[in-house]
Design a protein around this ligand. Structure first.
Ligand code: FES
Length: 223
């Protein structure tokens, strides 16, 4: 009876799972800031980034204008067909990056998903993989900017490094598994088969799980 009276926004009819969104999430979902309803003409923006979510197949695009002299982001526009959490998180990220006259690029590169989630007053754990789409698209757009302006040493390459040569599991595969809720070695192995026939890689896998668990879910999440 207690649970029935608890305030929820979404109920999964098939599993019975339910969750609620904060006031800030609803504000940014129902009135998203800096969103574009149409793809813009290319020349209007200095850089563009695009990423897809392996977890759900949704796509996020980000366009930036940058002040070359000050090395700041002066405009951040975005467009997605993702869910409420993807929309609210990217809307909040766009505000964070452009408020106070525009954030320095080096500072924007240090933004963690947990910083955005904190400003949103929290997100359900199952939705954290949606919240990283805007952040990843921002990095992709900044890499586009670094290429266009020949700042090659600033390009940040995503973790494509192979951790287990037998199963061809990469660092990015471990990251995706953690984002989808596999926060223990056993759960990650169930999804990726990492370490089967190559147990030497397991200490590195455990280290990566710890790293991504903390990055996306915060330091105090239970393993
Ligand atoms: S379920 Fe696809 S972005 Fe949230």
């Amino acid at each position: 009876m207690e649970n029935k009276r608890k305030k929820v926004d979404v109920v999964n009819k098939f599993t019975g799972d339910s969750w609620a969104y904060t006031k800030e999430v609803k504000e940014h979902f129902f009135k998203p800031k800096n969103i574009l309803w149409e793809n813009p003409k290319e020349a209007k923006y200095d850089a563009e980034g695009i990423v897809g979510s392996p977890a759900c197949g949704d796509v996020m695009r980000v366009w930036l204008n940058i002040n070359l002299k000050k090395d700041t982001i002066t405009d951040f526009k975005w467009r997605t067909f993702g869910c409420a959490s993807a929309i609210a998180s990217t809307s909040m990220l766009s505000v964070m990056v452009t408020e106070k006259g525009g954030m320095k690029i080096d500072k924007a590169l240090k933004i963690k998903p947990q910083d955005i989630i904190k400003r949103l007053g929290g997100l359900p754990d199952r939705k954290i993989h949606c919240s990283v789409l805007g952040d990843k698209a921002l990095r992709s757009a900044l890499n586009d900017w670094f290429k266009k302006t020949k700042q090659f040493s600033r390009i940040v390459v995503d973790g494509k490094q192979i951790i287990d040569p037998n199963t061809k599991t990469t660092e990015a595969d471990i990251e995706e598994a953690v984002l989808e809720g596999a926060t223990t070695l056993l759960a990650v192995q169930k999804r990726t088969k990492v370490g089967v026939g190559f147990p030497e890689c397991l200490p590195k896998v455990e280290e990566l799980i710890r790293f991504y668990r903390e990055k996306y879910f915060g330091a105090d999440v239970k393993s």
